[in-house]
Design a protein around this ligand. Structure first.
Ligand code: ADP
Ligand code: MG
Ligand code: ZN
Length: 637
């Protein structure tokens, strides 16, 4: 994992360059060195000045009354008045003396001189012209030291490149064409999105041809879809494919605590981009700035609003003919401000969805390129077993398989490495070292068998592909469901079957041991989630009907409201519906297990013996329960 992280870092810097040019950065470094060198010099100088300004005189210190007494007694021989220091030095019959008198007091000064004159003592007044400089310098130096210190902090830690505008400089990156290229051939399973982007690429390489046709090309394209499905990758592909400059920035770079800084960054970023037109501007994670504006202002809203407004202004500020295309990506299109979707802004939306089986095959192909694969590796099979995986998950599967192969000392990656990689990613690594007590073994075997039997008996769930009582991750054992195809939509009956299958483990434990254990909490969580989504998201509740609380809530979130968007009555209806679904499903699971009690016993016994059951052995054991229609892959502990 370390290796891949480092590689990404390297890619990132090889292909990109700061918009700040190099001489500027050099100047900044030089100024920093200068400031750092100046600091000890200034401090040293200040100490010297303090030392000088602090008057020291040899001999005995006399109070002013002692001095006048001595003067009257005629024991003072001579005197020198140091004007700036407000002191007088001289000799008397016992040696040297010095007297301090309070500064700036003309009368004391006058009295002293007249007393000296009266006593007939020779005296002189020293102007101390250099000392007159000391006071202003000693005041100036601390200020200089502080300023120097601030400069050092600023130059060393400031984000921008020069002066105080540094805070507002945009942190956009310009990707250089022709280096460490990613092209559309590195992206699979999202053909529609690539088609759109190819159009943009062609337009930008020859805008005149499009303009001559009177075709209007979109100014803004929004890539939407779940994380890890290749949005950022597609943008990098476009950067690699097109011949025009490509500027990339992340929405979170615009989010600042200081009001106005984010807006200034947007302005800067677009200024640079417009100067380079025709070009592509890519804003990743747009939701960081593009979240809906609210009427209820919460902390930081003002700044975000100012930033978003600036973005809207910039997008309106150029004509579509100028050749700046704004590409943006987000995982949360539902919470974007609706103003962003108006014509002339992000008017084209491209969905980047989780890949289907063919897409997964393509993505696995891309990521296994150049890796040593055994002849027995069946990419089709891997693609089939990874329904619901995103591109990033698939990249992870390949990486994990390679790591496993290396760890086992193999020189090529085998199919078994892929299988294990998938299982590890879904359920966590096997914990072979954990020793189960006989009771736990018994309980887990029945639990997993319970899942398998309920799933097999109900037609809406997937085929059970593998059972294991070897611990993985946090779970005790696991049941592996395999799917044979992708399903884009699932019916209510199928969802209910799935919830029953999730609760099957718990039901079996209860049936056989008469007890419940903590081992089933994960299943319970998953079942509750699914039931809740049925009611609040899919509108499948019996009492609420075609009503989805989730969309109300999303709408509220867009408005910036943090409160519940539906009434208390609806909230309690939802709770009641969810409870009903769970109770019914638990009962269905129990009924199946009671009916199939003998199969349950046989399966659990076999599982305790073999620890892992799969393939024909498993199919044979489940045969009496009846065949199942496959849906999608899922795992349950
Ligand atoms: P997103 O921006 O949609 O969250 P990314 O583009 O950052 O996802 O994808 C993360 C990684 O996953 C990519 O760098 C790539 O290795 C892999 N990946 C994701 N989708 C695909 C795809 N469609 N084709 C090939 N690789 C993909
Ligand atoms: Mg991304
Ligand atoms: Zn379970």
């Amino acid at each position: 994992m370390l290796g891949s992280a480092r590689k990404r870092d390297k890619d990132g810097s090889a292909g990109t360059e700061d918009t700040d040019d190099d001489p500027k950065r050099d100047n900044r470094k030089r100024a920093l060195t200068l400031c750092i060198l100046a600091l000890p010099l200034l401090v040293g100088f200040y100490i010297l000045v303090l030392y000088l300004s602090n008057p020291r005189s040899p001999g005995k210190e006399l109070r002013i009354d002692e001095f006048t007494t001595l003067l009257r007694q005629g024991r003072i021989q001579d005197a020198t008045i140091l004007e700036t220091d407000n002191r007088m030095v001289g000799t008397y019959d016992e040696g040297q003396y010095w007297v301090a008198y309070s500064g700036g007091n003309e009368t004391i000064f006058a009295r002293l001189t007249s007393a000296l004159e009266d006593a007939g003592v020779a005296y002189s007044v020293k102007q101390q012209p250099l000392k007159n400089l000391v006071t202003p310098v000693s005041l100036l130096l601390p200020a200089l030291i502080i300023i120097d210190g601030l400069f050092i902090l600023f130059l060393a830690f400031g984000r921008g490149s020069d002066g105080f505008s540094a805070f507002s400089r945009s942190r956009g990156k310009r990707m250089e064409t022709g280096e460490a290229k990613i092209t559309f051939s590195d992206v699979a399973g999202v053909d529609e999105a690539i088609e759109e982007l190819v159009e943009i690429r062609d337009y930008l390489s020859n805008p005149d041809r499009f303009l001559a046709m009177g075709a209007s090309v979109p100014k803004g394209i929004l890539l939407t879809g779940p994380p890890g499905c290749g949005k950022t990758l597609l943008a990098r592909g476009l950067a690699g494919e097109s011949e025009v400059p490509f500027f990339s920035i992340s929405g979170s770079d615009f989010v600042e605590i200081f009001v106005g800084v984010g807006a200034a960054r947007i302005r800067d970023f677009f200024k640079v981009a417009k100067a380079a037109a025709p070009c592509i501007v890519f804003i990743d994670e747009l939701d960081a700035v593009g979240r809906g504006r609210s009427t209820h202002s919460m902390g930081g809203t003002d700044e975000r609003e100012a930033t978003l407004n600036q973005l809207l202004v910039e997008m309106d500020g150029f004509e579509s003919g100028i050749g700046v295309v704004v590409l943006a990506a987000t995982n949360r299109p539902d919470i974007l401000d609706s103003a962003l979707m108006r014509p002339g802004r992000f008017d084209r939306r491209v969905a980047v969805e989780r890949p289907d089986v063919n897409g997964r095959k393509g993505i696995l192909g891309i990521h296994t390129r150049g890796k040593p694969l055994a002849d027995n590796v069946n990419i089709d099979e891997v693609a089939k077993r990874t329904a619901g995986f995103s591109g990033a998950d698939l990249a992870n599967v390949v990486n994990e398989a390679a790591l496993l192969a290396a760890r086992r000392g193999a020189t090529i990656i085998e199919q078994s490495h892929f299988s294990e990689a998938i299982e590890r990613l879904v359920a966590g690594p096997e914990r072979k070292t954990r020793i189960l007590s006989p009771q736990d073994r018994h309980r887990i075997a029945f639990h997993e068998s319970g899942h398998a039997i309920v799933a097999t008996a109900l037609s809406g769930t997937d085929r059970v592909g593998k059972l294991s009582i070897v611990a993985r991750g946090h779970g005790g054992g696991f049941t592996w469901w395999v799917s044979e195809g992708d399903q884009t939509s699932i019916t209510r009956a199928q969802l209910l079957d799935r919830i029953a299958a999730l609760l099957g483990g718990r039901a079996a434990e209860e049936l056989v041991t008469g007890e419940l254990s903590t081992g089933a909490t994960g299943d319970l969580d998953a079942a509750i989630q699914l039931a809740r989504r049925m009611v609040t998201e899919f509108g499948m509740g019996t009492r609420l009907g075609a009503f989805t609380a989730q969309s109300l809530q999303n709408a509220a979130l867009k408005e910036g409201l943090m409160t519940q968007a539906f009434s208390e009555r609806i909230a309690s209806e939802i709770d009641a519906e969810v409870q009903q679904v769970l109770a019914d499903s638990a009962e269905r699971a129990r009924a199946v297990l009671v009916e199939q009690r003998s199969v349950l016993e046989a399966l659990a016994t076999a599982l305790m013996e073999a620890e892992t059951l799969e393939g024909e052995v498993l199919d044979a054991l489940l045969l009496p329960v009846g065949g199942a229609q496959p849906v999608t892959a899922a795992v349950s502990s």
